[in-house]
Design a protein around this ligand. Sequence first.
Ligand code: PAF
Length: 292
Amino acid sequence: MFAFNFNNTTMHIFYGKAALRDYLKSIKTSNSTIGFVPTMGALHQGHLALMQKSLLENKNTVVSIFVNPTQFNNPEDLAKYPRTLEEDVKKLTALSPKIILYAPTVEDIYDGQPLSQSFDFDGLENQMEGEFRPGHFNGVGTIVKRLFEIVAPTNAYFGEKDFQQLQIVKKMVAKANLEVNVIGCPIYRESNHLAMSSRNERLSPHEREEAAIIYKTLTITKEKFQTESPESVTEWVKKAFENNTLFTLEYFVIADEETLLPSVIKEPNKKYRAFIAVFVNNIRLIDTISLN
Ligand code: PAF
């Protein structure tokens, strides 16, 4: 264990699972709860909001920072993923020195074998991110399951920006009968409504400003969806990006919130969502909006 002192406040940091488990055991009482926020670091306000919720709702809060290699299908994306542990620790301590940080090594998590387990998420894994990032959700399932085993949280908090990931984690928990409540939390946005993401750090100021187009497109989509078919809305989005020299549309999908299957018709009593992924200068950004 390592105790980080910043502005005269001390936070517990663990780099190994054995020491973390021992510590969590030592502070456990009959009615104590553990809130857990798994992250890959480069913390932003969206992450801190999840932690704030956890701090409010649980006796103890564990945050993990681990850039999980098995969920990256693109080696460049993994290599360039921002790693800012020192800054992150300062942000966590400023938020609350009560936070317990787990920042493991690849060795500590994977015991020398950084490989994914194979999961069946009832087809949720085949859509959108699953189609364009082969193996991604096996990597996410593997790491989240492992972290849940290590931390044994009562409640785990995930942002709705990665809505497909949220549904997949809920599915994994249901199928494996894990005793953890998975709680989805609203998307945090920058002042131009760009969804907060650690990848935003890689954008130039101009790209970051222009990325407002993503949420703008989603809000127009929502308006159009009230009177137009999913197909017509999708065509409109494709056209809107056709002549854009800065942003390349990877996918735009209107899907059923539960099954994540693309919707052709609108059925009453179903919840729909639009999902979008775009590239700007090799940086991939995703966003989503509830349509009804
Ligand atoms: O959403 C993320 O940051 C990651 O996918 C997660 C859940 C921390 C697993 O590595």
